[in-house]
Design a protein around this ligand. Sequence first.
Ligand code: BG6
Length: 509
Amino acid sequence: MESTTSMEPTAFIIFGASGDLAWRKLGPALYNLHLDGWLPGRFAIIGADRKAMSDDVFRSHLRDGIGRFSRQDKTSETDWGDFASHLSFVETGTDGAGGLQTLTERLEEIDKTWGVPARRIFYMAVPPSAIGAITGQIGAANLSQDRERARVVVEKPIGYDLGSARALNRTLGVHFEERQIFRIDHYLGKETVQNILAFRFANPIFEPIWNRRYVDHMTITVAEAVGVEHRGGYYEHTGALRDMVQNHLLQLLCLTAMEPPVAFDADEIRSKKADVLRAIRPIRHEDVHLYTARGQYGPGWISGQQAAGYRQEPEVAPDSRTETFAALKLLVDNWRWQGVPFYLRTGKRLPFQASEISVRFRSVPHNSFPAESAPDGQPARLVICIQPEEGIVIKFQAKQPGPRMRLRQVGMRFSYCETFQKPSPDAYETLLWDVMTGDATLFMREDQVEAAWSLLMPVLEVWQENPPVDFPNHPAGTWGPESAEILIARDGRSWLLPTRLGDEENCPD
Ligand code: BG6
């Protein structure tokens, strides 16, 4: 990690300053970085928006979000006063460079005060449709020219399909070089996701068994208990495949399946991940029904609470055909993974929140124990728990105490909170810090984004051409539609209940 004292003075410009992302994520993340001493000595946070507001209103907007969402205690007057002195607001217009005139003047003023050209980070906390116009203004105002210091950050969704993702990438590319562009997938900022690299490549004991010889299959689950909340309008045009699979789940798959990098270097790691995407066997249109399942939750119960169905959520059509659940089977055609299926599933309003990667090892080649000694006979399994609990569990057979040879599956676990005794930083803190230090390892490169879309295009097309006739096809509070069970059962396998670190010994397997 670069020390903060050696960090260049930085101006952090948030386009869409009045919006949800600035309020919910960026404000709290920047505030926590400030409290923990990770921001440069000289920094400025400039809110930019077409909607005019005073510096004070912008400050209150961020303070409100920090009060609600920051992982650290509510803001004390001293801490807040210090942080707030770095915040200001500028109104932007719609015309080319002229629309950013006030911002340009503010940035020049800052450089003059600091006596050095500051690093400028332009954060697009705006809907994707606004990114083209704003980057055009930045380019026209000559604010992207300094290749070393100017950076642009864009959020997912990067496009709606392959064509729109390419168009967005080309638009960004007109004014910024690839090394200046930071595409955020917030999953990559999660501690446990970053730990996949440490776990796999800092320990020689796992890598020898991390291949087709020992692994039977993997499942990647990202289950949410929440519904679409206040985002029905956005979600109606997105659905689970675009919202979660195209980015978060495929990124998890890449980290799990990639080859060892030669160096811990942004381009090297991203190239190794891109190799995985390139190796995934394309799904032919005629096979989409065999490799995928989709679902939508209806009314149901979650943890004793009644939950509305998706079609009853605000801003959702009463006959909506948007999928809130998606499952896929993917095959990675390379030496390491030939024949090992990767099953992915994600959904909203599932029984509980759990994101995990579960590696199921092969059964022993020959079972020397009598059948009655191992009634469950479960093969060993390694689970990387991403959230809400963070850690790793290894499940294996052990002899139960007693005179007879009876086997039972037991668990060995590593828990983040027990070991490190402090909460992990929010993913945005890590990612914003990386943008400031210029480390692009945890960001999506243009080719990765496009490869992920290419892979999913046949699924999107077939789903679009064949609207579902059975939605809603699972009640809220259940693990998705029957078709998801059939998807994996066709291969003689089944989804397992996600592991809960606290009670993994008792988790039915
Ligand atoms: C976002 C999706 O990218 O990730 C949301 O748009 C989803 O629909 C969220 O709820 C899940 O993130 P996390 O960090 O809560 O697992």
